[in-house]
Design a protein around this ligand. Structure first.
Ligand code: EPU
Length: 421
């Protein structure tokens, strides 16, 4: 297994190209189950999660081919080959986003059997809203030996009011409703840019979806979807992570391809911390010009501050001037980075969903590890400013969601490398 080794103290200067978004790529790959022919995506990030989704689509019977490094073509089973409508436990347990095949398979083939994901490192994360929505569309949902089985001859449009704006839940329902008979309305829908991206792609395929990006989405079902070609949007969380790296190292970095309109809440908090952020032709420029000051953060569904940036901002709070209060409102257990940061000298106190961070810490390098993706990224950020050497172990978490993070950081001056653990 690999580890990442960072020597702290380097100032980051230069340009970092932002890859395609993981959380857009995963639903888009699942959406390729819907059209009648082969679809091609460009700007696909090279990530473990994307490879897992490709593996799942292959197991279902689809032909998945990586063209150039960032291009993927997904074709339905050819000839007499029948699709296998099941996502097995082995895959779902390594990647929860496997549940995204549920909606498209039921909509197109009338049946799907998907292992229930169970809890994960950051919280319980049930999929009750996905299932409630599919039931509202007329599907029969049963639980069988740890698997959910969903069946419907043809889904029928309905009004679905989500209990909370779930991102993948909304995406599953968009894909299901696209081929349902009649009109579906999703109320309290997730407004994340990745949901909007999926709706854009489904519309390119011939779906009739309006309102994506708002809390009310309307879908007029169609009988058939057609293959398309599409370049995936840039990853706003990868961009946000590198923005924090630039700010913490008093650097000057252009995040190439990043879209400011996807990062309003993050940019507002960076500015409130004293960081200079400017939208420029070709991306977002981030400069850590003065002293970092403490800011309070509450994670919320989009357009609120993203939970996927909470760990990174907490590291910045550790070295900022003053005290920050951070509230994690999306996942109940998303503070796994805290004990590890404590080992590096951070002063953080947790009480339930609230973390109080006393700033001004002088972080020191250590061997650390975390059990999820964004927590691991935050440890790399800590290593960039810590004195001496930091080793981040269990790098496979990082490889799920950051493409070549060490290469991108090295190119702007970080002293960072991958080594055998
Ligand atoms: N929830 C339910 N029932 C459901 C669905 C969700 O109670 O049926 C709860 C969850 O437990 C959570 C909240 O609703 O408390 C929001 O969860 P959501 O469903 O929106 O999360 P998700 O769709 O499972 C996606 C991203 C996550 C990101 C969250 C929140 C993908 C593949 N994953 O997860 O990304 O943190 O939205 O924005 O899109 C990451 O990239 O590191 C990551 C974890």
């Amino acid at each position: 297994m690999d580890k990442i080794v960072v020597e702290g103290g380097a100032r980051l200067v230069g340009r970092i190209p932002i890859s395609g978004a993981k959380n857009a790529a995963l639903p888009l790959l699942a959406a390729a189950l819907l059209p009648t022919g082969a679809s091609t995506y460009k700007n696909v990030p090279q990530l473990a999660d994307v490879r897992t989704m490709a593996k799942l689509l292959r197991m279902l019977g689809w032909d998945v081919e990586f063209g150039s490094k960032t291009e993927i073509t997904i074709a339905p089973p050819s000839g007499k080959k029948k699709p296998k409508l099941e996502a097995p436990y082995d895959l779902v347990k390594t990647m929860r986003a496997s549940v995204l095949v549920l909606g498209p398979l039921v909509a197109r083939y009338g049946r799907a059997r998907v292992s229930l994901p169970g809890g994960c490192a950051i919280g319980a994360r049930p999929i009750d809203q996905h299932l409630k929505g599919l039931q509202a569309l007329g599907a029969k949902v049963t639980l069988d030996h740890g698997y959910v089985e969903v069946e419907a001859k043809r889904l029928k449009g309905a009004t679905i009011v989500l209990d909370m704006p779930t991102v993948t839940g909304c995406e599953n329902l968009l894909m299901a409703a696209a081929l349902a008979k009649g009109r579906t309305v999703i109320e309290n829908a997730a407004r994340e840019p990745e949901v909007e991206e999926l709706a854009t792609v489904l519309n390119k395929m011939g779906a009739r979806i309006s309102g994506a990006g708002s809390a009310l989405i309307t879908i007029e079902g169609v009988d058939e979807l057609l293959p398309i070609e599409h370049a995936i949007m840039p990853d706003r969380i990868e961009a946000g992570t590198f923005a924090v790296a630039a700010a913490m190292t008093h650097g000057d970095v252009l995040l190439e391809g990043a879209r400011p309109e996807h990062l309003d809440a993050v940019i507002a908090k960076l500015r409130a911390s004293g960081v200079t952020v400017a939208a420029e032709a070709g991306g977002i420029r981030v400069r850590g010009t003065g002293e970092l000051t403490a800011v309070d953060i509450i994670t919320q569904p989009h357009p609120g501050f993203p939970t996927d940036m909470q760990a990174q901002f907490m590291v910045m709070a550790c070295i900022a001037k003053g005290q920050s209060v951070i509230k994690e409102m999306i996942f109940e257990n998303r503070y796994m980075h805290v004990p590890e940061l404590g080992r590096m000298g951070a002063d953080i106190h947790i009480d339930g969903r609230v973390a109080v961070v006393r700033g001004g810490a002088k972080l020191t390098g250590a061997s650390v590890m975390a059990t999820d993706l964004r927590a691991s990224a935050s440890l790399i950020l800590a290593g960039l400013v810590a004195s001496g050497k930091t080793e981040v172990l269990r790098v496979y978490h990082l490889d799920r969601g950051y493409e070549a993070i060490e290469k991108k950081l090295r190119a702007v001056g970080a002293k960072i490398k991958r080594a055998k653990q």
